[in-house]
Design a binder for this molecule. Structure first.
Ligand code: KIV
Length: 290
């Protein structure tokens, strides 16, 4: 039976709590388009995050800040067409949930209504608790995101490890409790010392999904292009290349270019034919027109 068989059940919202209870690690991967979503689904990964990292690894910006709601929804729709089994989470872009609660809830709703997502993700701990509460009250599941929050790197002083002092670590514990209390079904914990992520994971009832937060979290998430060795502008310490697809793609493209230049591609295998009579008839027509 294929991995994408329709008998395989959707990873529903209920599974997050069940996995935490049974201590089954939750697998999350980002994806931004139809084909990558299909591949993630086929690999039986539990959830897909359509992360605002799309702005960097796909659209080529140097931060996530400029991404718009419409751009995000475009990618969400593509992912939802490609993946049927994983739970789908759309990342709310910077300033789509930071102005007022009515606009925030309307934007969050668009992820489900127009983007085909099952939930949204928002960054921030205590400072975002009221926002999370409003979205959850509208019936929309919310994933939190604490620690290194890429949308506020200008406040944090860049992409740096968070919670390394006792005071900062205490704030992160309070952030974790705040997003749980506000109603999040899970929380991403990014770039924090492993010992702190472990403490938070044991403290919370909801699953923690780590990225650069050690192995004790209830699950892990990585960026598709990082995990597969496609994006090489920079590489954070927490990234592992589980494949080297970028090198494979470059090699394949170089072979293509070489064969085109040598006229060894296309061969007959990749070429359409025409019946001799039809060809002769065409030549006759063209001859008469001379
Ligand atoms: O945008 C993203 O890909 C993320 C993950 C790194 C958690 O937020």
């Amino acid at each position: 039976m294929s991995a994408t068989s329709s008998t395989q059940r959707k990873f529903s919202i209920l599974k997050w709590a069940q996995h935490k209870k049974k201590r089954i690690p939750i697998t999350v991967m980002t994806a931004y388009d139809y084909t990558s979503a299909k591949l993630v689904d086929r690999a039986e990964i539990d959830a897909i995050l359509v992360g605002d990292s799309v702005n960097m690894v796909v659209l080529g910006h140097d931060s996530t800040m400029s991404l718009t709601m419409d751009e995000m929804l475009h990618h969400c729709r593509a992912v939802s067409r490609g993946a049927s089994r994983p739970f789908l989470i759309g990342d709310m872009p910077f300033m789509s949930y930071n102005v007022d609660l009515r606009e925030t809830v309307r934007n969050a709703g668009r992820f489900l209504k127009e983007g085909g997502m099952d939930a949204v993700k928002v960054e921030g701990g205590q400072r975002t608790a009221e926002t999370i509460r409003a979205i959850v009250q509208a019936g929309i599941p919310v994933m939190g995101h604490i620690g290194l929050t890429p949308q506020t790197t200008s406040q944090l002083g860049g992409f740096r490890v968070q919670g390394r002092t006792a005071k900062k670590a205490y704030q992160l514990v309070q952030d974790a409790l705040a997003v749980q209390e506000a109603g999040c079904f899970a929380v991403v914990v990014e770039s924090v010392p492993a010992v702190l992520a472990d403490y938070i994971s044991q403290l919370l009832d909801i699953p923690t999904i780590g990225i650069g937060a050690g192995s004790s979290c209830d699950g892990q998430v990585l960026v598709f292009h990082d995990a597969l060795g496609i994006f090489d502008d920079f590489q954070p310490k927490f990234v592992k290349h589980f494949a080297h697809i970028g090198e494979g793609i470059t090699a394949g493209l170089s072979d293509y270019a070489a064969e085109v230049r040598q006229r060894t591609f296309p061969t007959e295998d990749h070429t359409y034919t025409m019946k001799d009579e039809a060809w002769a008839e065409l030549l006759g027509i063209l001859e008469k027109e001379k």
